[in-house]
Design a protein around this ligand. Structure first.
Ligand code: 1HE
Length: 268
C-alpha cells in the first residue's frame, strides 16, 4: 500500500479524508470515527479534493469509513446557525463534492457497515457499486430532524429504490437493515459483518482491469443515456459504442478472445 505526497491530498487527510493506493485502486477513507464520520464542511471539501485529484495510476476507487459506522450524515452541529441563503450554497457544495465521486475519472465502490444514514446514504448513492455487510443499516432521518436531503439524495436515491420507498423512509423514519436494504436496491452486494471492505477492494481490483473507455462509458454515458428519450439514448449509445470499440485496447481484447487467449464467461 502506498500513500501520496500531494499537498491537496495532505490537506484532505488533515480534514478527515485519507487516500492510500493499493496497486491501481484508490482507497478513500472517512477518518472521523469519534463523530461517526459525520460530514462537516471540512470533510465535504476534502472528499471533493480527493476525488478531483486522484493519482494518475488510479483506475478504480473504494470509499469506506473508519470505526463502527460508514457515515452518520451531515454534521448536525454545523446546521444550527445557517440562514436560507447559506443553506443553498452549503447544499451546492455537497453537490460539487458528490458529483466528483459520481462523475470522476474512475468507478467508485462504497464499502458499507453500521450506519449509512442521511448524508451518509447520499454519499453512498453517489458511488457506482455499494457493498453492505450484515451490520449495515440505512435511514434518512432528515424527516424526523425537520430538514430535507441536500446532498443529491432526492436525485440519486429514487433511482436506486424508487420515490415511494424514499418518501416512506423520510416520512416515517423507516430504517432498512442490511438484508432488506440489499433486497430493495440500496446495495448490490451483501457480505458477512466485517467483510465489506475486502469485497469492495476485490470488486474494484477487477474493475481496474477493464478498458478505461468501457469504465468511462459505464460511469458517464450510461447514466445519461438512461435519462434520455429512447431515440436520443439509442443515438448516444451508438456513438459511445463506436468510440469504445475503435480503441486499440478493445481491438486487442477481442483479438485475444478470438485466438483463445482470453477467459470465457463462466457460469457462476
Ligand atoms: C454526530 C452525528 C451527526 C453522531 N452530527 N454529531 N444524521 C443523523 O441524524 C444521525 C445522527 N446520529 C445517530 O443517530 C447516531 O450517532 C448513530 C446511529 C450514527 C451512531 O450511534 P452511536 O451510539 O454509535 O454514536 P453516538 O453516541 O450517537 O455518537 C457519537 C458521537 O458522534 C456523539 O458526540 P459526542 O461528542 O457526544 O461523543 C454524537 O453527537 C456524534 N454524532 N452523529 C454531529 N450526524 C446534505 S444534507 C444531509 C442531511 C443529513 O444528513 S440529516 C441526518 C443527520
Amino acid at each position: 500500500m502506498t500513500t501520496t505526497c500531494n499537498p491537496i491530498i495532505e490537506r484532505a487527510a488533515a480534514n478527515g479524508v485519507s487516500l492510500d493506493m493499493r496497486g491501481s485502486v484508490a482507497l478513500v477513507r472517512l477518518c472521523r470515527p469519534a463523530k461517526r464520520n459525520a460530514l462537516n464542511d471540512g470533510l465535504i471539501e476534502a472528499l471533493r479534493d480527493v476525488f478531483q485529484n486522484l493519482p494518475a495510476e488510479a483506475r478504480a476507487a473504494v470509499i469506506h469509513g473508519e470505526g463502527d459506522h460508514f457515515c452518520a450524515g451531515l454534521d448536525l452541529s454545523e446546521l444550527k446557525e445557517r440562514d436560507a441563503g447559506e443553506g443553498i450554497h452549503h447544499s451546492r457544495g455537497w453537490h460539487v463534492a458528490l458529483n466528483a465521486v459520481e462523475q470522476g475519472r474512475v468507478p467508485v465502490v462504497a464499502a458499507l457497515h453500521g450506519a449509512v444514514v442521511g448524508g451518509g446514504l447520499e454519499l453512498a448513492s453517489a458511488a457506482h457499486i455499494r457493498v453492505a455487510d450484515d451490520s449495515t443499516f440505512f435511514a434518512l432521518p432528515e424527516g424526523t430532524r425537520g430538514i430535507f436531503v441536500g446532498g443529491g439524495g432526492s436525485v440519486r436515491i429514487p433511482k436506486l429504490i424508487g420515490a415511494a420507498r424514499m418518501t416512506d423512509m423520510m416520512l416515517t423514519g423507516r430504517v432498512y437493515n442490511a438484508q432488506d436494504g440489499e433486497r430493495v436496491g440500496l446495495a448490490q452486494y451483501l457480505v458477512p459483518t466485517g467483510e465489506s471492505l475486502n469485497k469492495a477492494i476485490e470488486l474494484a481490483t477487477r474493475i481496474a482491469t477493464n478498458a478505461p473507455l468501457t469504465n468511462f462509458a459505464l460511469t458517464h454515458a450510461l447514466p445519461r443515456i438512461a435519462e434520455q428519450p429512447a431515440d436520443h439514448g439509442l443515438f448516444t449509445e451508438a456513438l459511445m459504442a463506436s468510440i469504445a470499440q475503435a480503441a486499440p485496447e478493445a481491438k486487442a481484447r477481442v483479438r485475444a478472445f478470438l485466438e483463445g487467449k482470453a477467459a470465457k464467461v463462466q457460469k457462476s
